[in-house]
Design a protein around this ligand. Structure first.
Ligand SMILES: [Mg+2]
Length: 209
């Protein structure tokens, strides 16, 4: 049943579900990065999500923003590498934008993805079409913003955008990130970071559906 909003504890449990799903997806993410990069993305994300579980399980948070900030800080401090930095920025920057909110509604979902994407683009430097996680994040943030109504609809919009962006990244020639030295050889496969974004957004959607 569709939900109007998620509570702080539900938001925490949603992110624990995301952590489990990413850990389970390690082989898919490793394979995606092996195809276009150095292959470390799956294991890095798995390590980050184990740290997220440690930081979130049984914890009470003051607001929904701090749940996401906790996710970001756990990823930053445990993963290392470019993925740790950029996924950390996504969650920390997005969480900061909704600090103080006691519920996660459609407006908070939109603010979270917008601010998180801005943070990744500003500090990470990738722009649309570079074939990086940004190509999943931008349509994800747009999908969340376009979905009016409740948290279930906003997360469904975010997930649809992320999936479409991940698929669109297949046709792109990498000009930044893991596959930039491959040039045209990067055509046909999705960016591993974009795959992670699509799995994260889909798991959030399913939790709130
Ligand atoms: Mg890599």
């Amino acid at each position: 049943m569709a939900k109007e909003t998620l509570s702080i504890n539900e938001t925490r449990d949603m992110m624990l579900a995301v952590a489990d799903k990413i850990i389970e997806s390690e082989p898919i993410l490793s394979e995606a990065d092996r195809a276009l990069g150095d292959g470390d993305h799956g294991v890095g994300m798995e390590r980050g999500m184990n740290a997220v579980k440690e930081a979130l399980e049984g914890e009470d948070f003051a607001c929904v923003g701090k749940v996401f900030m906790g996710v970001g800080m756990a990823m930053m401090s445990s993963m290392g590498g470019a993925s740790g930095a950029v996924f950390g920025m996504l969650f920390r920057g997005g969480g900061k934008a909704i600090k103080g909110s006691e519920t996660l509604g459609a407006a908070e979902v939109a603010s979270f993805f917008k601010a998180g994407t801005d943070e990744v683009m500003t500090k990470g430097g990738a722009k649309a079409g570079d074939k990086t996680m940004v190509d999943a994040l931008l349509p994800c943030a747009e999908g969340a913003a376009a979905a009016q109504g409740n948290v279930s609809e906003a997360l469904a919009g975010a997930a649809a955008g992320a999936e479409a962006g991940k698929e669109a990244s297949k046709a792109m020639i990498a000009t930044m990130g893991r596959a930039k030295t491959l040039g045209e050889k990067s055509i046909g496969l999705p960016d591993a970071g974009a795959v992670s974004v699509s799995i994260i957004a889909a798991t959030m959607r399913d939790f709130a559906a």
